[in-house]
Design a protein. Sequence first.
Length: 281
Amino acid sequence: MGKDNNQQSSKKEFVQRLISALIVAPFVLLCFVSYSSLVGLVATIVMIGASELFFTVIKKHGMSLVVMYTAVVTLYPVLYGVAFRDNPMELLATLYITGNVVTLSKVKDKEAITEAHFAYATALIYVSFLLSFFLPIYDLYGAAIALLTLTLSWAYDSFAYAFGVSTGGKHKLHSYYSPNKSWEGLFGGIFGTFLYILLYQNLANLFFNANMKFSLPFTIFLSIVTGIFDTFGDLFESSIKRHYGVKHLGNLMPGHGGILDRIDGLLFITPIMYIILQIFY
């Protein structure tokens, strides 16, 4: 009986994930038609994702702090995208200091101020800074590779979930922070990602003249890196959720939770993809 209930729950969650993806994906994909629309997309996701984190961690300190933090964190992709492409570190430092000034002016509890500092720094770096690597990827390597970066995470997550569920996921990867992660899902996700990259490259070159030239060794390497860092991104977010005793950081997307629950792996993959492209491509 318990096994049947688990299977029904998994099927229901899969249907919810599919419906959410079909609703959200077309809008997201359309934002890759131009650099300016991508800046808007990244800023919007940062705003929603950061607010989810702040609602979970510091809502008890007052909504005004949540609003101010969210506004400052959202400034990073906007200012970086339009005016600070050559000075990202200066911008990051300025916004980090700005957020700490806000913290010192709003939080008057020495027991709570460390948590507020943690929440702001995590949102600024983990959400805003890391996701903003989409902008130089798009700027330097084009829309096709930027879109591949996004869909790599989708592909890996989908294949890992499918392989994990279909095999029963008996060999747990990290049961302490993410009990549903399994080695079967990891290896299945890497294999599926490898097939996806091959398919994506051929279709992008055929229909959009993308001129992508990934060698077979590079494709294998990229698939493995995607699996590893997507998993670490998920575990990082899971560690925060376990600390605060929540299943999801939001509920915007049925079957996924919130925005951060959907992009946790992507936040680690995006800067790693940029580094790999800078070194090897």
